[in-house]
Structure formats: C-alpha cells, structure tokens
Ligand binder design. Structure first.
Ligand code: ATP
Ligand code: MG
Length: 342
C-alpha cells in the first residue's frame, strides 16, 4: 500500500478507537474523507485528509452522554453518579459529570452539602456561566475555579471531575427562556455550555450530563454537545409516558443543529420483581421502537437509595452494594461503553 493511504483499521488505530467506530463516523459525518479506492480488503483513504479530519474534530473526542427524563425521581441522578464512579474506578476512564439540574443532587452526591454551599456562595457553579450570558458586560464565570477535580466519596474513584450546579439555575432558566434572541448578540443561548467547556472537554473519555426533568434551554445546552442520551425510567405508566415525546423532540433538535444525538437507550430503574405493572411495562419498553432498552435492570433497593448519602466510603462495592447491586451497575456501565463506541 502506498505510504499515504490508510485502511479503516489503520484509521481506528490512529484515533485509538474501534474499527466500527470509524465506520460510524463515515456514516454520520458527511465531511468524512471519501475513500480513494475500494480494495478487496475494504476502502482506503488518503492519510493527510484523514489526519486533518481527526484534527478538526479534535479526536480523541470525549463521548458526551446526557441523562434525561421528563419525569422526576426516576433515578437519573443515581444512574449518572453510579456510572461515573464505575467508569472511573473500574474502567479507568477520565470522567466529567456536568450537573445541569438546579436541584444540585449530583453535585451534593459527589462533593457533599458543605462543599457545595461554599462553591455556591462564591458563585463557582454553572449558574454563573448562564448568568454571564444574560449579563455579558459583567462576566464572572471561571472554568478553572468552577471545575472540581477528583471528586466522589469513594476511595478508589480518582478520575471523576465535576461542574457543579446551583439552585439559581431555576431563575436563570426562566430568564433565558423569556429573552428575545436578539438580546444575546453574539451568544447563541444553546451554545453557552459548549463554548465554556471547549478548552477541557477533550481531556475526558466520557462526559455525563445530569439533566433537569424538562427540555428547556439548559437541557438543550447539554444535548447540544451530546453524542447521545439515556433515559432512566421506572417501568410504570406515568414514568414512561413522556418517552416518545423525548425521542421525538430530541430528534427534531438534532436535525435543527445538524448533529446526530442518538437515543443510546432506556434504562429500567427501581424495578420491583413482584409488581405485575413493572413486568408488563418492561416488556412493552423492550418491544417499542423509540429507543433500545438496556439489558441491565436496576432493582429498587435500599442500599442504592443510601448511596445518595455523602459519607466517605472505601470501595465501590461498599457504596453501591455487595448483594449484586454494584455488579448490575457495572454491567450497565459496560453496556453504555459498547453503545457509545458503536
Ligand atoms: N434503584 C433504586 N432503588 C431505590 N431507591 C432509588 C434507586 N434509584 C434511586 N433511588 C432513590 O430514589 C430517589 C430519586 O432518585 P434520583 O434522585 O436518582 O432520581 P432523579 O430522576 O434524578 O430525580 P429528579 O428528577 O428529582 O432529579 C432518590 O432518593 C434516590 O436515592
Ligand atoms: Mg436528579
């Protein structure tokens, strides 16, 4: 083979991803270089073109996943934190958790209430970022001061960073939503997060965004940078009610911004084996075409509920549970990695 020609396998090696990931880039990105020849072993590409495409996309790209459901209390935050800690502690990934929910639960699960209060008082949260967009003459957000590195109360979790949230995001969300577009001048209101974290995003293997239970402007800021999203849900009628709407609206948004945002899947949470409704709705979710269903099912369990408590723990198993709970979240993390990479 000529020196400046590369196969899909060689591109995969160059970018540190699987060959199927490269095939997917080709499918998803119209600007991926055209092959210069189709050999029996597959297409070949010009290396300089491929290199420049990878550089332009700043590969290795962090995989950004939004965790979303319009229903509250379905386990979005718990799923986010369990995945973040396991991807770090078990899979040695560098993980960023972005807390976009004004309830600040992901933040307090990772750094505790006292630390959060101090950051909040000093305006070292994402609320400040969005306030800056409303008041560009008075910008105060500092990425460096806001990013909390090496968070989590689990000893063996060392590579989770956090962009903390604030209750003030409620107010900001309302103000941004009611603002005429023209007032943003150069600032596009769905690009606020993307622009702010650009300098650091490629330091991470995976970014998990804990979204509030709505599809407002703050959530759209998260989806804007996401390769895809997961929908944790309790398998009951009310919790699953909004799922087709989420898939449709995110699909429309993805078209509008001309970026693919994939439904990585629905995650069954707080499952009760004895409940006939849970059984039935889980079967329905598996049959529906809106989004694939993760195989792993997270049961309703006291130890999992206890993980919300910020008290130092030694190991991931101690935190998430020895009776199979940790193993289930591990399986979920593995499933997520597969979906993100394919
Ligand atoms: N598998 C589980 N078993 C038992 N309790 C759970 C489980 N998952 C989450 N919980 C508990 O249920 C409550 C809601 O969970 P969580 O905060 O993760 O949901 P959420 O979807 O993020 O809620 P919100 O919409 O308020 O942000 C919390 O008290 C949490 O500790
Ligand atoms: Mg939550």
């Amino acid at each position: 083979m000529e020196e400046d020609l590369v196969s899909l396998f060689e591109i995969a090696e160059l970018a540190g991803v699987s060959p199927s990931a490269v095939s997917n880039w080709r499918k998803r990105h119209a600007d991926f270089p055209e092959p210069v020849a189709e050999l029996r072993s597959g297409p070949v590409f010009r290396l300089p073109q491929v290199r420049s495409w990878l550089r332009k996309r700043r590969v290795p790209m962090a995989s950004v996943v939004s965790v979303i459901n319009l229903k509250g209390g379905v386990g979005k935050t718990t799923t986010t934190i369990a995945l973040a800690e396991i991807l770090s502690g078990v899979h040695r990934k560098k993980v960023l958790v972005v807390d976009l929910d004004p309830q600040t639960n992901a933040t307090t699960m990772l750094i505790g209430e006292d630390s959060w209060r101090k950051l909040n008082d000093a305006e070292r949260t994402l609320a400040r970022l969005f306030k800056d967009a409303l008041d560009p003459a008075n910008k105060k957000f500092s990425l460096e001061d806001t990013l909390q590195t090496g968070v989590s109360n689990v000893r063996d979790v060392r590579t989770v960073d956090l962009l903390p949230s604030s209750l003030d995001l409620i107010d900001v969300q309302d103000r941004i939503a009611s603002m005429p577009m023209g007032q943003f001048f150069a600032e596009n209101p769905i690009d606020i997060l993307r622009k702010a974290i650009k300098p650091i995003i490629d330091d991470y293997d995976i970014v998990l965004i804990d979204c509030p239970p709505n599809l407002g402007i703050i959530t759209l800021n998260g989806l804007r940078i996401s390769a895809g999203y997961v929908i944790p849900t309790i398998p009951d009628v009310l919790s699953t009610y909004g799922i087709p709407q989420i898939v449709r609206r995110v699909g429309d948004f993805s078209k509008a911004i001309a970026e693919s945002i994939e439904p990585f899947g629905i995650i069954t949470t707080k499952y009760r084996e004895q409940s006939t409704i849970h059984k039935r709705v889980k079967r329905q979710l598996a049959a529906e075409k809106d989004a694939p269903l993760f195989k792993t099912v997270i049961p309703e369990n006291n130890q999992i509920a206890g993980a919300a408590d910020f008290a130092a723990v030694g190991t991931l198993r101690q935190k998430w549970g020895y009776q199979g709970q940790f193993d289930l979240y591990s399986e979920l993390a593995t499933e997520l990695l597969t979906r993100v990479a394919s």
